[in-house]
Design a protein around this ligand. Sequence first.
Ligand SMILES: Nc1nc2c(ncn2[C@@H]2O[C@H](COP(=O)(O)OP(=O)(O)OP(=O)(O)O)[C@@H](O)[C@H]2O)c(=O)[nH]1
Ligand SMILES: [Mg+2]
Length: 497
Amino acid sequence: MTSSSSPSQDTKRLAHDYPEGLRADALMEEDVAWSHEIDGERDGDQFDRSERAALRRVIGLSTELEDVTEVEYRQLRLERVVLVGVWTSGTVQDADNSLAELAALAETAGALVLDGVVQRRDKPDAATYIGSGKAEELRDIVLETGADTVICDGELSPGQLIHLEDVVKVKVIDRTALILDIFAQHAKSREGKAQVALAQMQYMLPRLRGWGQSLSRQMGGGKGGGLATRGPGETKIETDRRRIREKMAKMRREIAEMKTGREIKRQERRRNKVPSVAIAGYTNAGKSSLLNRLTGAGVLVENALFATLDPTVRRAETPGGRVYTLADTVGFVRHLPHHLVEAFRSTMEEVGDSDLILHVVDGSHPIPEEQLAAVREVIRDVGATDVPEIVVINKADAADPLVLQRLLRVEKRSIAVSARTGRGIDELLALIDNELPRPSVEIEALVPYTHGKLVARAHTEGEVISEEHTAEGTLLKVRVHEELAADLAPYVPASLA
Ligand SMILES: Nc1nc2c(ncn2[C@@H]2O[C@H](COP(=O)(O)OP(=O)(O)OP(=O)(O)O)[C@@H](O)[C@H]2O)c(=O)[nH]1
Ligand SMILES: [Mg+2]
């Protein structure tokens, strides 16, 4: 029969194939070393690394939930984890990639990945996700490695989580909970925090009993407190559910209010006719690096997933001096938990509202096409399909030239760049200039020197074709939007009007 150290044929253990591939610290060290190495030539100031490090997990604590009603303060304490995936379709390579991504997610959350297994099945087992026999094998791996948590590569039903926990006897969490946890760690703005909290509550609501059961099991069936707050005939779970629902409603209202604030700012930009460019793309593709490279903004860059959760908007200029805004956005990931898509919908709508999308993809990834497809799915989801898109194939310095060629051939409007070395950046800037909506009215005006403001506006809001300083004032030939054309109309020389 199968012994603990040799799982049967249809289960594949990844740790043996990638002895170093699943380790987080190696990833981070490379990043730090590099940032010291190239002074002044880096893709961004990594200023809150220490702050981020302070959020890393505490050693030796297992997942705990102190009070379900305080769900937004809940933390998954992950330390030593074993990953498990069910591989239903696609190639072995696909399955490996998926688990490698889960490993990167787990490491981003602060866990140490000890082992990873994928299981070939037609579909996940309804009761235990991997099937009871495999669950026993998984139990052996957990014992052998000393893991305290198992992370499943999918979204499990509350029942599956409980049943699998019963067999493996350590905490079991799924990919959705893991991603929610990372978002919770990384959210900084009030809006971001509220969005994550809402998504967490949504996820928790149907799972309350599961968590409650395993919690009471852990505590030896203790009754817990909170009796005083309970209404007559209401069980603890019912009270908790009711309180969570109330909190969710409050959270939704708050998010709606914050959205209004952002909406006003956006309308202001639109009124000023400032074109907007959104940088979207798969997590870790180099979106923040690109923003930093294009504008010199000091946005946090980290070799971790979901480093950016709060959209940053920066001012940028075309080579001709036309002003536009450049917005960094939340990264995407395959099978983004539905709750998160919902909670971040308003943020993602910014992408749909922009004049141009820079769709950044990691060219050094083995199959960048998968990332492109996953991102486009979300873009479709938020109804942003009619915004023009430039595919920016980043990390060209580290990419396989054949992969680059393939992508450049398939994607019509695409360009290969490296935010790290600066390769292709000038071409990208020119391309952005080309794709940005152009002001529609061409006009010639003689602006008196007393109206210098109008000349300045012509430079930032329009395109100056020629400019001449005459005795009577500045003679401008410009392309501008209609409002500015109206403001300039009084100064159009009679001979031209
Ligand atoms: N080799 C190489 N690495 C790059 C390049 N651009 C970015 N990186 C690295 O890729 C990692 C992720 O970069 P970020 O800019 O944080 O990526 P992001 O898309 O903003 O990621 P999230 O905000 O986490 O979704 C960092 O370690 C960067 O140093 C590049 O052109 N070449
Ligand atoms: Mg980022």
